[in-house]
Design a protein around this ligand. Structure first.
Ligand code: ASP
Length: 348
């Protein structure tokens, strides 16, 4: 299955999630089982031409329990094993997979090897599972190399239901269907059919003079505030008054618009003056924030709120954590939020 299996090795990191769950006979609830049990259901793993090793979280976790500590653990494993493997496949629950993929894209600076996250909607032991296909194709992608011997996809990605997507562009959009993820604002990096067709022009280029820099520090004093018609002043005020708050991802309407209420603009402006970084992202799945487009967005720009462009909320949250972890001043965080660090935003 690997293009050129010679000396190709992939490390599977099993964190947990539906892919490796089994039904508890008594309660009917899904519970995690270990990687060895998972292998029993995927005998194809042994037939693979690549060398496959695995490592697992003990205990495996439902991704609802994912925390920055687990992201650090993943970064530690990848950086420790970086020279030994050609690529990495992370088995992860779908619920927070887009957050983990986004976080890793910032924490693994100058990554030059594939890190492919995948999982499934149905456990691997279930006959109609989507897990086998997702796992086997992810391994193939993680092992794939160009003619020059360089990895085909040297970035953090999510592979799900035949689509390879840039991790920090991806959102979970469906709790039922097999095609659970979408990358609304960036083209897919590859499509898997009979062949895996790579869209090379949109895959990240690597600077081979740079080596992997692993980052571990994350600042988590962040809130996400979603606007809705009728939102009360005290809801916004209470959020912005949170002790120690350093940044807010403000989910606005359309191309970055918010109600033109005086109290709202005053509260946001005062928070910006106190050094809280407020990033404007849209509640829409696709498209970008353009704060100069309507008066309602322009007023926010004047208040000191910064544009999140076409960022997903997952990417904005984890990028802020990453920047705050560096101890940057608010003005530096604002400036770096306006730059693409790992292909997470499109600045036209
Ligand atoms: N609750 C599960 C998780 O995210 C769902 C899944 O894996 O799809 O771990």
């Amino acid at each position: 299955m690997c293009d050129d299996p010679r000396n190709t090795s992939v490390l599977i990191i099993y964190t947990g999630g539906t892919i490796g769950m089994i039904e508890n006979a008594e309660t009917g609830a899904l519970e995690n089982f270990n990687f060895e049990q998972l292998q029993k259901y995927v005998p194809e793993l042994k037939q693979s031409n690549c060398d496959i090793d695995s490592i697992q979280f003990d205990p495996p976790i439902d991704s609802s329990d994912m925390e920055p500590e687990a992201w650090r653990k993943l970064v530690r494993i990848i950086s420790d094993k970086y020279d030994k493997y050609d690529g990495f496949v992370i088995l992860h629950g779908t619920d927070t997979m887009a957050f983990t993929a986004s976080a890793l894209s910032f924490m693994l600076e100058d990554l030059a090897k594939p890190v492919i996250l995948t999982g499934s909607q149905l456990p691997i032991g279930v006959l109609r599972t989507d897990g086998k296909e997702n796992l086997m194709t992810s391994i193939e992608i993680a092992a794939s190399k160009n003619k020059d011997g360089m990895p085909t996809v040297p970035e953090v990605c999510i592979f799900f239901e035949n689509h390879l997507m840039r991790g920090n562009r991806t959102t979970k959009l469906n709790a039922e269907n097999f095609n659970a993820f979408r990358s609304f604002n960036y083209p897919v990096l590859a499509k898997a059919g009979i062949h895996i067709k790579y869209n090379n022009s949109v895959i990240r280029q690597v600077d081979s003079n740079r080596s992997l820099k692993a980052h571990y520090l994350l600042g988590t004093n962040i809130a996400v505030l979603k606007l809705f018609p009728g939102i009360h002043e005290n809801v916004v005020a209470a959020t912005l008054a949170i002790d120690g708050l350093q940044a807010v991802v403000l989910e606005t309407y359309g191309s970055g618009n918010a109600p033109r209420r005086k109290w709202l603009l005053r509260l946001l402006h005062e928070a910006c003056k106190r050094g809280i970084v407020i990033v404007n992202v849209t509640q829409c799945c696709a498209g970008t924030v353009e704060m100069e487009r309507y008066g309602t967005g322009f007023h926010m720009l004047e208040s000191g709120i910064i544009c999140g462009y076409d960022s997903t909320t997952e990417s904005a949250v984890t990028k802020l954590m990453f920047l705050l972890g560096h101890g940057y001043e608010p003005s530096e965080v604002c400036q770096l939020m306006g730059q693409s660090l790992a292909g997470e935003i499109t600045i036209s």
